[in-house]
Design a binder for this molecule. Structure first.
Ligand SMILES: [Zn+2]
Ligand SMILES: [Zn+2]
Length: 293
């Protein structure tokens, strides 16, 4: 049986992706990822992580139109608007878009998040939860896993914002896998390292290069190294073993004294400064995907 999981980084930028056009980046959007379990080429479950600006365009660029007819759930990390701006538009398209039969409209999209996050979502997307009825909150408790098909998804609390979590996804096919949806973080979750360590793939926030978390509330590249988090995470890059290492997302660079770097410059600077981690850390590309069996 052809049983596989694909994770795709739909978009990988922070709120300032618009400025990246000055650096020659023609398309972008705020961090969002799509996890997909497929059997014999048929999608059993899609799970979207976050739904900020550019998510719908990213899905349209990366996925076939059949995406809109496949089973979908949404997990939101936290209430900052760059992580859910397009939530209601997306649910309206998903639920109201007619299938072959014009009566073919769908029930509300389940949205998994903490109670605090839900308050922000409700205030922003009230119509979807009430009159539009295209959204349905499914409460999450930090550190309490939920099972969605083959996926065990654990919300890991972080101090980035009220109710904020990152997600640990675990599943077993021929191999056992862990994927870390590691955005946004202020203090890196070192106390959870034994759950997070040795992932198949880790998407990690680095909004800046410099350590500015006290000022801006976001982890930088330096924090990954100086706290020991990256070393203790024990990422490996062995694609033939489906160990894909760590990928940086949510990079802005706007706040660094020297300003924004291109993704290529960021990788070069990383490799020069931290050569011991160069083999296992890369910058995520928009639309990039990884497969797991
Ligand atoms: Zn945030
Ligand atoms: Zn953010």
């Amino acid at each position: 049986m052809n049983n596989q999981v694909i994770y795709r980084q739909i978009n990988k930028d922070y709120a300032y992706w618009i400025e990246k056009r000055r650096l020659g980046q023609s398309k972008g959007g705020q961090v969002a990822g799509l996890l997909s379990h497929q059997v014999e080429g048929q999608v059993k479950q899609n799970i979207l992580f976050d739904a900020g600006l550019g998510t719908i365009e990213g899905l349209a660029d990366s996925c076939a139109d059949s995406f809109w007819d496949e089973p979908l759930l949404i997990f939101i990390t936290h209430g900052h608007v760059d992580h859910h701006a397009e939530l209601m538009i997306l649910s309206e398209i998903y639920c109201q878009r007619r299938g072959r039969d014009f009566r073919d409209v769908r029930s509300p999209l389940p949205v998994f998040c903490t109670g605090e996050t839900q308050q922000h979502l409700f205030n922003t997307h009230r119509y979807g939860y009430t009159a539009g009825k295209t959204l349905h909150h499914r409460p999450l408790t930090p550190e309490t896993p939920v099972q969605i098909g083959i996926f065990r998804i654990t919300p890991i609390p972080v101090d980035h914002f009220e109710g904020a979590v990152i997600y640990l996804i675990e599943f077993e096919l021929k191999r056992r896998h862990k994927i870390i949806i590691g955005w946004d973080t202020t203090t890196l979750p070192l106390q959870q390292i034994e759950h997070l360590c040795q992932p198949s793939l880790a998407l990690l926030e680095t909004t800046t290069w410099s350590s500015l978390a006290q000022e801006i509330g976001h982890s930088g590249v330096e924090d990954l190294i100086t706290t020991g988090f990256l070393a203790q995470l024990q990422v490996q890059f062995q694609p033939e073993q489906e160990r894909y290492g760590a990928y940086l997302v949510h990079y802005s660079g706007w706040e660094d004294p020297w300003g924004m770097l291109t993704d290529a410059q960021l990788k070069d600077k990383f490799d020069e400064t931290f050569p011991e981690f160069a083999p296992v850390v890369r910058v995520a590309e928009r639309g990039q995907c990884w497969s797991f069996t």
